[in-house]
Ligand binder design. Sequence first.
Ligand code: ADP
Ligand code: MN
Length: 516
Amino acid sequence: MDSVGVAAAAPDAGQGPAWQSKCPWGAPSTTSISCSLADVMSEQLAKELQLEEENAAFPEVVVAAEGPFITGENIDTSSDLMLAQMLQMEFDREYDAQLRREEKKINGDSKVSISFENYRKVHPYDSDSSEDEVDWQDTRHDPYRADKPTTTPRRGFIGKGKDITTKHDEVVCGRKNTARMENFAPEFQVGDGIGMDLKLSNQVFNALKQHAYSEERRSARLHEKKEHSTAEKAVDPKTRLLLYKMVNSGMLETITGCISTGKESVVFHAYGGKSATEDKVIPPECAIKVFKTTLNEFKNRDKYIKDDYRFKDRFSKLNPRKIIRMWAEKEMHNLTRMQNAGIPCPQVVILKKHVLVMSFIGQDQVPAPKLKDVTLSSEDMKKAYYQILNMMQQLYRECNLVHADLSEYNMLWHDGKVWLIDVSQSVEPTHPHGLEFLFRDCRNVSQFFQKGGVAEALNERELFNAVSGLNITADNEVDFQAEIEALEKMNEDHVQNHGKKLSTFSSDGDPPIYDE
Ligand code: ADP
Ligand code: MN
């Protein structure tokens, strides 16, 4: 299915994109996909296909409007939207050609020339116009533009007498060439040549330019594969479309930028807009967590979800992309449970596929610091400790959850209290490894506060008992761990014999309440 809606051929240098050589009105190339009847019946599949098409088409149009979020060049002829956009593109090219003619006419032989560059519709990188190799100019990002707004006039030199500088002047030319490297595709790493006052000879520049082009073509060939993964910083077209729609619908006002790039997610900050429904209020500032659709990291994580009975039935039937969505879904459900229990955590705004929008913890685009990055007074440290102890108990008893990645990295300090985040991996205590995860959480919390000088901080075993209400008496880590695993095994045996889990691990009544 991944191949549907993606143009096979990459644009070739000089010839323009592949679609140009075909008649835009031509019949769409149909790719035959083998799929089961169940798939055909699936509404989901239909939606997916529709989206694939839209995704293939959209990026071209939003290039100008969305800046850094929008790139991509999937071209196909199989939808009306697509055709409309191609015609628009054709129109834009004509418009640019006309603009160039007018530019030429106005400038004539004048010594000072005016550039219409900024009025062009099509980015020069999209355009197939073959202008003079070295004098090819898009000066939009050219830092020398302010000082030298004019190109070298037709007569080929500026200045007078011995101060004459020709367009072939080595230094001027070299600097210009260095600046022009900025025009290469964004993925093409050119380094800080301008900062170093690098002067590139025409020969080197042309070689580099050729290389940049062929690299771009190569990456276009890899395009299809790449587009299905969320890149390190930027996001793939599917995600961009989702984000774009959120802004377009007015739900979000603007997406300001990236707060965090982790192994499994990219988090953006956005200003909230207006909700379509009146009963829902969009927070003034939002965090958008985009779960990465690359699968490298996913392998490390499947133990959380595979054994989580809430997802058990679904797991086997899912493709990896859907599993990523399940992470987002899991985070949403877990956050909602926490919200209901009154635990300070981001409030869920909306979930769309692998994109979760929630309230932003922080202010004016500045995210609240992680507990590991903030220096607290000993009083606040103690306060934070007791708050976390209470939150862990609430999480376990009221939300029936174990965080499973609790540490100073996933706790934010905001408004004089601790906020819990990052709960996509959280599981129920009766998860086959739930108690082990809890023990690990307790170890992190205990160590952090003991090192942080909180004398009252329980050790990891005490903390475990305090949170779970279990009364494991082992006085050393190894035995303690063994008892935890024995309990988990008992639960698994129960599943084997009775076909269901224990609802909870039996404890000797409520654990003691620890308070300041
Ligand atoms: P990851 O799985 O990548 O660790 P997290 O949910 O921990 O994902 O988010 C990564 C970082 O993004 C956090 O450490 C935090 O700095 C920031 N972040 C995430 N969610 C929010 C939020 N709701 N408000 C403010 N910052 C957030
Ligand atoms: Mn995190």
